[in-house]
Design a protein around this ligand. Structure first.
Ligand SMILES: Nc1ncnc2c1ncn2[C@@H]1O[C@H](COP(=O)(O)OP(=O)(O)O)[C@@H](O)[C@H]1O
Ligand SMILES: [Mg+2]
Length: 283
C-alpha cells in the first residue's frame, strides 16, 4: 500500500497512531464454559505489521481466544482493543470494518467461480459493506470486475503466487491453494490485522512451507499484522517474530522464537511431561 493510501485510511479512522502502538491488544481475558475455564486472565499485544504466533497444545484455549478476538464470543472478563478502540462487545462485521480480517472457508456454492471471481467478490463485499455473499451474486447477477477491482485482485493474485490458478474454478484445487485463496479473500480489503486459525491443518510439509512464505510476503508488502493461531510449534517458531504460548487456558510464556525454544515451561507443555505456569516454573 502506498504512503498516501495509508494516510487516507488513518484519516478515515481518526488520528494516526504511533507505529509502535499495538494494533491489537487482548487485556486480561477470562472465558468460562460452565465449569471449564477455557481462558484465564490472558493478555497479549500485537504490534503493527508484526507476525505474532499463538500456540499451545490441544485444549489450551487457542480457538476460544481466536473467537474472542474475532468477535464470535464475548469474554466473561477482560477486553479486546483494536487500533486503540475497545471492541470487546462489537460484532464481527464491525471489527472487520475497523481492519480485523480472518480467513473463512470458501462457501461451497460458489465453487464454480474462478479464483479471480472469488477474490473480486470478496473485494466487493467489503467495499459495498454487504454482509451476505448471496446478495451480491444471486439478486443482482454477476458483474465483471471494474478496473479498480481487477487491479486489486491482480495484486493479491501476484502476492500469493496464484497466477497459474487465476482463471480456474475454485472447486477441485489442492487444499494448499484453497488456503491461499482464503488468505487472499481476507487480505483484499487491506486489513490491519489478519487472524489465521490453524492454517497448517490439512497441509503437507511442502504446502506448509509455501504457505509460510506467502504469509511472509503478505505481511511485508501489505503492512498487515498476522496473528497465527496454531498447535504446530515449529511452524510458529519459524514464522512469528513474537510468540505467546497457552496451556490449560493460561499464558505460560511470551517472547521471541529463540526465547520460546529455550523455555522449560513450553518444553514441558509440549512434551506433555508436566504442566507448569510461568510463576510455578520461576519458583
Ligand atoms: N463451546 C464450548 N463449550 C464447552 N467447553 C468448550 C467450548 N469450547 C471450548 N471448550 C473447552 O475449552 C477448552 C479450550 O478449548 P479450545 O479453545 O478449543 O482449545 P484449542 O483450540 O487450544 O485446542 C477445552 O477444555 C475445551 O474442551
Ligand atoms: Mg483449536
Amino acid at each position: 500500500m502506498s504512503a498516501s493510501q495509508t494516510r487516507a485510511r488513518e484519516a478515515e479512522r481518526g488520528a494516526p497512531r504511533p507505529a509502535s502502538a499495538p494494533v491489537l491488544e487482548v487485556r486480561d481475558v477470562t472465558v468460562d464454559f460452565g465449569g471449564v475455564r477455557a481462558l484465564s486472565a490472558v493478555s497479549l499485544n500485537v504490534p503493527g505489521s508484526a507476525r505474532v504466533g499463538l500456540v499451545g497444545p490441544n485444549g489450551a484455549g487457542k480457538t476460544t481466544l481466536f473467537q474472542v478476538i474475532s468477535g464470535f464470543l464475548v469474554p466473561d472478563k477482560g477486553s479486546v482493543i483494536l487500533d486503540g478502540r475497545d471492541v470487546t462487545a462489537a460484532a464481527p462485521h464491525v471489527r472487520a470494518r475497523l481492519g480485523l480480517a480472518r480467513t473463512f472457508q470458501v462457501p461451497e456454492r460458489f465453487e464454480t467461480m474462478t479464483v479471480a471471481e472469488q477474490l473480486t467478490l470478496a473485494h466487493r463485499i467489503h467495499a459495498e459493506r454487504r454482509r451476505m455473499w448471496s446478495d451480491l451474486v444471486s439478486l443482482r447477477g454477476w458483474r465483471p470486475g471494474s478496473p479498480g477491482e481487477l487491479e486489486r485482485v491482480g495484486e493479491i493474485i501476484e502476492l500469493l503466487g496464484l497466477q497459474p490458478f487465476a482463471r480456474r474454478e475454485v472447486q477441485g484445487l489442492p487444499v494448499g491453494i484453497a488456503k491461499l485463496i482464503e488468505v487472499g479473500c481476507a487480505l483484499i480489503s487491506r486489513p490491519r490485522v489478519l487472524l489465521l486459525d490453524e492454517p497448517s491443518a490439512g497441509l503437507d510439509t511442502k504446502e506448509t512451507m509455501e504457505f509460510a512464505r506467502a504469509i511472509d510476503r503478505a505481511a511485508e508488502q501489505e503492512h498487515v499484522a498476522v496473528v497465527l493461531v496454531e498447535h504446530d510449534l515449529d511452524l510458529v517458531l519459524n514464522m512469528a517474530q513474537l510468540v505467546y504460548v497457552l496451556d490449560f487456558g493460561r499464558l505460560i510464556a511470551a517472547g521471541s522464537p529463540e526465547e520460546i525454544r529455550a523455555d522449560e515451561a513450553v518444553q514441558a507443555a509440549y512434551l506433555g511431561t508436566a504442566s507448569v505456569t510461568v510463576e510455578q516454573a520461576a519458583q
